[in-house]
Design a binder for this molecule. Structure first.
Ligand SMILES: O=C(O)CCC(=O)C(=O)O
Ligand SMILES: [Fe+2]
Length: 346
């Protein structure tokens, strides 16, 4: 075990010690020039919700369908414009292209907090879910932003991250309220609780450095910890689709479709809805060896969290049961800290 772990560390050290190769892959983007999938590529099991032109009734029935099937939806005509995404990606890539010494200044001093720059292989989504997977670190470099305690290089950077964060929160309100109504949980949670959560905005760059994938998954199967997650993904240059969701043992690919975001529900939603809305298992698979070149991929995630004092408890079929502890209920903030302890464990 120890030998495998240290050899993975040395491969990643070698790959990422050269900022030159990163610079070639993390170039500025122009959204209109990326190789997007189209709406007709959205899997038939997954509803596409048009926030502008659908009636309330149509939106409601799409959510009901989602709760019964893959527990995720595509959304279009949302508030995040191409310009807002492009600006966030470009300013962050500029930072990620700097030397490790420069980036070390925007590493948060406390390791267990999701803020600032995290280098390659620092997080272990699969390990939280399945302890046997101790060597599978997530194959990305990332930057994280929250409502407080942020570390950032300059004011322009701060402005663009704050702008994206505020827009994500605004979209979350409409989506969370639809989800709450259609799950019939208005008596247990509302927007006032959710808006005050310790949310997280995160940009992940899965960079195809070297000549082949280093493990079968770029991010192993897991369930998100939060109430809901908004995923804004950019397509890879060579058509590789990384994001997958499991539905009754079936694996469904979720392509990057221009103008859309994907919503997934998390463990907190599962707990608060008493198991009615299950958090779907999802993962980012590694490309096959012949699809490796051109498979770099970016995702921007917004994790909407309940207020830390919200009481949560385990439900039947939860994949994160062991983190609830002995008592009947636990505060979400404490539950989340336990999960992060495993997520950042070496
Ligand atoms: O990269 C993605 O699209 C998904 C990432 C993800 O599931 C996560 O970070 O929890
Ligand atoms: Fe996830």
């Amino acid at each position: 075990m120890a030998i495998i772990a240290s050899s993975i560390r040395s491969v990643t050290r070698r790959l990422f010690s050269s900022t030159e190769s990163l610079n070639k892959l993390l170039t500025p983007i122009n959204i209109d020039e990326l190789k997007w999938y189209s709406e007709s590529d959205i899997p038939p099991e997954i509803p596409l919700i048009d926030l502008q032109s659908m009636s309330q009734q149509e939106k409601n029935s799409s959510f009901k369908q989602a709760f019964e099937t893959a527990r995720c939806v595509y959304i279009k005509n949302h508030l995040i414009s191409n310009k807002v995404s492009e600006d966030l990606v470009n300013i962050t890539r500029k930072l990620l292209n700097q030397s490790e010494e420069v980036k070390s200044k925007i590493v948060h001093p406390y390791k267990g907090i999701m803020r600032g720059y995290k280098g390659y292989g620092k997080e272990k989504s699969a390990q939280v879910f399945d302890h046997a997977k101790t060597n599978e670190a997530d194959s990305h470099v990332s930057f994280c932003w929250g409502p407080a305690d942020n570390v950032y290089p300059d004011l322009t950077f701060q402005k663009l991250w704050q702008r994206y964060y505020k827009k994500s929160l605004k979209i979350s309100k409409e989506i969370a309220e639809l989800a709450i109504k259609n799950a019939g949980i208005e008596d247990v949670i509302d927007w006032n609780n959710l808006k005050a959560g310790d949310h997280l905005l995160k940009l992940q760059e899965y960079v195809a450095l070297g000549d082949k994938p280093h493990q079968p998954q770029r991010l192993g199967p897991h369930v998100d910890f939060d109430f809901l997650t908004i995923i804004n993904q950019l397509p890879a240059e060579n058509g590789y689709i990384g994001l997958q969701v499991s539905m009754n043992e079936k694996i469904i690919n979720l392509p990057a479709v221009k103008g859309t975001i994907v919503i997934l529900f998390g463990e907190a939603m599962q707990s608060i809805s008493k198991g009615k809305v299950k958090g779907p298992i999802h993962n980012v698979i590694s490309p096959q060896e012949n699809k490796y070149e051109g498979s770099s991929r970016t995702s921007i995630l917004f994790f909407l969290q309940p207020h830390p004092k919200t009481k949560v408890s385990r439900t039947e079929g939860s994949h994160l049961s062991e983190y609830y502890g002995e008592k009947e209920t636990i505060r979400y903030g404490d539950f989340h800290s336990r999960l992060l302890g495993e997520f950042y464990k070496d």
